[in-house]
Design a binder for this molecule. Structure first.
Ligand SMILES: *Cc1c(COP(=O)(O)O)cnc(C)c1O
Length: 382
């Protein structure tokens, strides 16, 4: 089955008892057992629920892994994955990760004894130099948020395996339509499914897929032990969203390419961060490991323009956190998504106070371009 067909028919796509073509929402906490001390397929919904299982089997197939797990949020998924490690363990982490991940690592997990080194994971030498006898894993995002840095997953996975480390990739920004880290050698791939997988700004969810069963079993154990599971209603909604991933991603990517070309020729734009920029530093790697360049683009306006006026003048593109939805969303990372990162670290990593991040939706491109043009005009007037 090809990827686009798997989106519709993969995992468990129909109800196995009634034939309902949409997997029902099994809104139940517990399941009647017929024999005492037997081994029922389902016993309690934290441990397993048929609606959740359907989306878990689906994401495992989409990422070409063996075991999938669904969580109440991307953050819960990330927390569960880091629960594989113990006090004293060291993990190398990309230096441009999601603000919430940065907060989880630095204010929660550090306190519990995990040790982290932040490295630009595009720099293989720097990653190799950061490995210590206590290192257990490399954790990265590619493309990164919000600077769209691209790391070479295959090269990092090779380095990791040579050092007996797990490679963990947050694939939220690409989605499995655009990039499949397990195929490139990663051990664990995870998602904030609140973004492209859900796709409609109506859901908070997280997903984890592992390449081998042993790591999968550990994640399954932790999912049940910690309990941050995705509820049946949201599991159903997520599966419904995933069905249209291919058509949505094609539309996102097409619109984003056109917005890139528009921004590139406008003298009021001073910087652009987009994996599909042929003059960008990571273009070759992006071309090699991604199927298209995704639907995210960041940029800066020239100093004489007001960022506030620009953003507030937009009529279709919505000022909001989050990304990966059918509607275009815009934000200023320094104030919004990355506000929890201390300014000094943020600036050192290249996230200026004027950086704007745009999640390009699937609206008619002419409407989006007109909206951007009018707002740029408004941003010029004092
Ligand atoms: C949003 C996001 C998360 C966190 O996911 P939630 O579903 O909001 O908890 C993690 N990683 C990336 C890259 C994200 O964009």
């Amino acid at each position: 089955m090809k990827f686009n067909t798997k989106l519709i028919h993969g995992g468990i796509s129909q109800d196995q008892t009634t034939g309902a073509v949409s997997v029902p929402i099994y809104q139940t906490s517990t399941f009647a057992q017929t024999v005492l001390g037997g081994e029922p397929a389902y016993e309690y919904s934290r441990t397993g629920n048929p609606t959740r299982l359907a989306v878990e089997k689906l994401i495992a197939e989409l990422e070409n892994g063996v075991a999938g797990y669904a969580f109440a949020s991307g953050s819960a998924a990330i927390h569960t994955v880091f629960s594989l490690f113990s006090a004293g363990d060291h993990i190398i982490v990309g230096n441009d990760v999601y603000g919430g991940t940065f907060r989880l690592l630095n204010t929660v997990l550090k306190r519990q004894g995990l040790d982290f080194t932040a490295v630009d994971t595009r720099d293989l030498k720097a990653v190799a130099a950061a490995v210590t006898p206590a290192t257990k894993a490399i954790y990265l995002e590619t493309p990164t948020n919000p600077l769209m840095h691209i790391s070479d997953i295959a090269a990092l996975a090779k380095l990791a395996h040579n050092n007996n480390l797990l490679t963990i990739v947050d694939n939220t920004f690409a989605s499995p339509y655009v990039q499949r880290p397990l195929d490139l050698g990663a051990d664990i791939v995870l998602h904030s499914a609140s973004k492209y997988l859900g796709g409609h700004s109506d859901l908070i969810a997280g997903l984890v897929v592992t390449k081998n069963q042993a790591v999968g079993d550990q994640i399954g154990y932790l999912q049940n032990a910690i309990g941050g599971i995705l509820a049946p209603q949201d599991s159903w909604l997520l599966q419904r969203g995933i069905k249209t991933l291919a058509v949505r991603m094609e539309a996102h990517q097409k619109n984003t390419q056109q917005i890139f070309e528009f921004l590139q020729q406008d003298p009021r734009i001073s910087k652009i961060f987009y994996p599909g920029d042929p003059t960008g530093p990571d273009y070759q790697v992006a071309q090699r490991q991604m199927h298209g360049f995704g639907g995210m683009i960041s940029f800066e306006l020239t100093e004489n323009l007001s960022v506030k006026k620009f953003i507030e003048s937009l009529k279709i593109i919505t000022l909001a956190e989050s990304l990966g939805s059918v509607e275009s969303l815009i934000e200023v990372p320094a104030i919004m998504t990355h506000g929890s990162i201390p300014e000094k670290i943020r600036l050192a990593n290249g996230i200026s106070n004027r950086l704007i991040r745009l999640s390009v939706g699937i609206e008619q491109i002419t409407d989006l371009l007109a909206d951007l043009k009018e707002a740029l005009q408004a941003a010029q007037t004092k």
